[in-house]
Design a protein around this ligand. Structure first.
Ligand code: CA
Length: 220
């Protein structure tokens, strides 16, 4: 019996997916289309999409936020799990990536749930706060540029309601997080944010070693 998280070898990973990932065909199609695309690693893993969908359903979320849309896989996974009146305010700066995202949202018939905002995410978040939407979001997924993660975290914490959930992606940063020789800006910022969150009494936390590491935070 081990009381620590185990590394997962490729064979075990295939098994995990085989017996647990029930990926809707529309998500599978989008994932496969993106697999050969440059920057495909920016797309979340199917088991992570499924976890986020389950969490959203579990908490009965209706109003959600996503920072970093890329080609739309995570927003589609969440939108499919939301009730018909649910919403995802989806923030990204790329028209190019989100054109593909919109195509799949349409095809999956969830476009009415997704409010795409093409602008720097901090501007969109500031605007939402100024509109008085603080403490109203049930769920938020932070997966945009890592150099701004701390700023995103602070703004999102204002927008999510007490008892709401924030998920922060890539917190293990491909393992670079524990390599002392790696001192680039994004790695250092990710380390600093992980340490800050650990000591942050505003949230309850759990770091899930799924994909590249996903920290779940319950706003107190
Ligand atoms: Ca990510």
């Amino acid at each position: 019996m081990f009381n620590k998280t185990l590394g997962i070898d490729p064979k075990l990973y295939e098994y995990l997916k085989l017996v647990s990932v029930r990926e809707p065909s529309i998500l599978k199609e989008l994932r496969q289309e993106t697999a050969n695309y440059p920057m495909a690693r920016m797309q979340i893993a199917p088991e992570q999409g499924q976890l986020m969908a389950l969490l959203v359903q579990l908490m009965g979320a209706k109003k959600t936020l996503e920072l970093g849309v890329f080609r739309g896989y995570s927003s589609l996974a969440v939108a499919l799990a939301l009730p018909d009146e649910g919403t995802v305010i989806a923030c990204d700066i790329s028209q190019e990536y989100t054109t593909i995202a919109r195509h799949y949202w349409d095809k999956a018939k969830v476009s009415h749930k997704i409010d795409l905002r093409i602008a720097p995410a901090l501007e969109t978040l500031d605007k939402l706060i100024a509109e008085g939407q603080g403490n109203t979001f049930d769920f938020a997924f932070i997966d945009a540029d890592k150099s701004n993660y701390d700023n995103y975290y602070e703004q999102v914490l204002k927008l999510v309601r007490p008892g709401g959930l924030i998920a922060i992606d890539n917190v293990l940063w491909g393992g670079k997080i524990v390599d002392e020789n790696i001192k680039d800006n994004r790695t250092q910022k990710m380390r600093a944010l992980n340490e800050k969150i650990y000591n942050d009494s505003r949230v309850n936390i759990s770091l899930i070693p799924i994909a590249d590491g996903l920290t779940l935070l319950l706003k107190r």
